[in-house]
Design a protein around this ligand. Structure first.
Ligand code: ZN
Length: 450
C-alpha cells in the first residue's frame, strides 16, 4: 500500500478538486480517494508520501505524439530519428507527467510498438493508416522509413492486434508543407533551368500558384509574375513554367494525400473506430468534407495550429456547426520553451477562451514540445481562462472517452482504476516530482526509474 497524503487532489472527472485529499494505492490500482482516513492504516503502508503543497492527479494521456516507437515517422513514412532520440523522447515525455502516449505515426507495426514498450515504462499505444492510398502519399513525399512489412500491413489487422484508431491521416509534408520548399521545388527548378534557388524563393513560388489553402483555382498569371519579380526569379522563370513546376511537385502529391483522408474515413467508418485527422490550413477543406460525414469519434487534431488566431477560432466554431459531436483537439506545441514551431500560446489561449477544447495533446514540435501540465498551469492556474478540474479532464477523462481503446480504466483517480498518478508542485504543476504507472514508481526527482 502507498498513501499519497494531504495534497491538492484533482481526480480527473472534470469537477472535483479536493483541497486536502489522500490517494491510497494497493498493488496496481487505486483503493480509495478520501478527505479523511484512519491514520492507523499507515502502519500497513510501504510508503506514506507527504503531499502537503503538492498536487496529486491522474497521469496525463497524451494522444498525439510522433517519434515514440522504432518505426517510420509521420504520414510521409520518413526514417525515424534513431534509438537514442526515441528513448530520450520517451523519458522526456514521462518526466513531463504523461503516463500514456499515443503514437500517431500511422505506418508503425505492432511489433515495433512492442519492441519499444519492452524497454520503456510509459504506456505506448498506436494509431494506424496502413492502407494503399495513404501509403502512396507517403511514398511520393518521402517513404525512406518504409520496409516491406509496412507496405504489407493493413489497418484491419492493426486494429485487431490493438491499434486504437485510424490516424494521423495527413501531415505537413504530404500536404505541400516544408518538404516542397527545401527539397522538391528547388530540385525541379534545377532540372528544368539548371539554376539553384533557396527555400524562401521556392515557398514564394508555391504560395503564388496555390495560395495558403492549396487551391488549384487560386492561380492568377499576374500575381505569379509579380511574385517572380519580387523574388528575383523572373529572369529565368515564366508564370506558366512556375505553375507547371508547382503543380508537378506539390499539387500532384497533395491530391493523393487528400484522397488518403477519404480512404481513412471509409476505413474508420467501416471498422467503427475513431479517426484522427491533421487539421491545418492546407487540409481545411478536406477536413470539412470528412466532418460532414459525421463519423462518430472523429478528432480534428491540433485545430489551433498554423491558422491565424481569428481563423482557428472561426474554423473551430464552423466545425462544431457542421457536426456538434466533432472532437476538437488543441495542441500545446512549444510556445513556453523552445518556441521554434509556435512562438506564442495565443491560439491555444483563444481556444480556451472560446471553450473550443475537447482534448489537449502536445504534438511533436520537433521533439521539443512543452508538457500538457505546463499549458494547464498557465491557462488554468495563472491566466484563469479555464477551470482547473476541467483543464485536467481535457487531458485525461475526455481522452479516454474520445478514444475508448487507448486507456481503459485510466484517466481518473477513482477506486478500482489503475494507479497511473502524477505528484507535482502546486500551483507550479509543470514541476513533476513523482510518476507512478500501475502503482509502480517510474520517475522521481527528474529521473526515470527503470
Ligand atoms: Zn498533424
Amino acid at each position: 500500500m502507498i498513501i499519497l497524503k494531504g495534497g491538492t487532489v484533482v481526480t480527473g472527472d472534470g469537477k472535483t478538486v479536493l483541497g486536502k485529499g489522500n490517494v491510497i494505492v494497493t498493488e496496481d490500482v487505486i483503493a480509495d480517494v478520501t478527505e479523511r482516513y484512519d491514520e492507523s492504516i499507515e502502519a500497513y503502508a510501504e510508503e506514506v508520501v507527504d503531499c502537503d503543497g503538492k498536487c496529486v492527479m491522474p497521469g496525463m494521456i497524451n494522444h498525439h505524439q510522433h517519434g515514440v516507437t522504432f518505426g517510420p515517422m509521420f504520414a510521409s513514412g520518413a526514417e525515424n530519428y534513431g534509438c537514442n532520440f526515441i528513448m530520450g523522447h520517451l523519458d522526456r515525455s514521462l518526466l513531463q507527467g504523461h503516463t500514456t502516449v499515443l503514437n500517431v505515426d500511422g505506418f508503425v507495426t505492432m511489433d515495433e510498438v512492442k519492441e519499444t514498450q519492452a524497454v520503456h515504462p510509459i504506456r505506448i499505444k498506436t494509431a494506424t493508416t496502413h492502407a494503399p492510398v495513404n501509403y502512396r502519399a507517403g511514398e511520393i513525399c518521402d517513404g525512406k522509413g518504409f520496409l516491406p512489412k509496412h507496405k504489407e500491413m493493413v489497418a484491419e489487422r492493426m486494429i485487431a492486434d490493438g491499434a486504437v484508431c485510424i490516424g494521423e491521416v495527413g501531415g505537413g509534408h504530404t500536404l505541400g508543407g516544408g518538404g516542397q520548399d527545401y527539397l522538391y521545388i528547388p530540385r525541379a527548378v534545377k532540372e528544368m533551368k539548371g539554376r539553384d534557388i533557396d527555400y524562401l524563393q521556392a515557398r514564394a513560388m508555391k504560395l503564388s500558384v496555390l495560395g495558403r489553402y492549396i487551391e488549384e483555382s487560386f492561380y492568377n498569371k499576374d500575381t505569379v509574375a509579380q511574385t517572380l519579380k519580387d523574388n528575383n526569379l523572373d529572369s529565368f522563370l515564366t508564370p506558366e513554367e512556375t505553375k507547371d513546376i508547382v503543380y508537378k511537385t506539390t499539387l500532384a502529391s497533395v491530391k493523393v494525400a487528400l484522397d488518403g483522408y477519404r480512404e481513412a474515413a471509409a476505413i474508420a467508418s467501416r471498422l467503427q473506430v475513431p479517426l484522427m485527422m491533421h487539421n491545418a490550413p492546407t487540409s481545411r477543406d478536406i477536413v470539412h468534407e470528412i466532418v460532414k460525414m459525421k463519423i462518430p469519434n472523429t478528432i480534428a487534431c491540433h485545430s489551433n495550429y498554423l491558422f491565424t488566431m481569428e481563423e482557428c477560432v472561426e474554423n473551430g466554431k464552423f466545425l462544431k456547426s457542421l457536426y456538434p459531436e466533432i472532437i476538437l483537439d488543441a495542441a500545446v506545441h512549444d510556445p513556453f520553451g523552445a518556441k521554434k514551431l509556435v512562438a506564442t500560446p495565443d491560439n491555444l489561449y483563444a481556444f480556451y477562451k472560446n471553450d473550443l477544447i475537447d482534448l489537449i495533446s502536445t504534438d511533436f514540435a520537433a521533439g521539443s514540445s512543452d508538457s500538457m501540465l505546463e499549458a494547464i498551469q498557465h491557462a488554468a492556474l495563472e491566466e484563469k481562462i479555464v477551470p482547473f478540474a476541467k483543464a485536467i479532464a481535457q487531458g485525461t477523462t475526455n481522452v479516454t472517452k474520445a478514444l475508448p481503446l487507448l486507456a481503459p480504466n485510466l484517466g481518473e483517480l477513482k477506486k478500482g482504476f489503475y494507479a497511473d498518478i502524477v505528484v507535482s508542485d502546486y500551483p507550479a504543476i509543470k514541476n513533476v516530482n513523482r510518476v507512478y504507472i500501475g502503482g509502480k514508481l517510474v520517475a522521481k526527482g527528474g529521473r526515470v526509474i527503470r
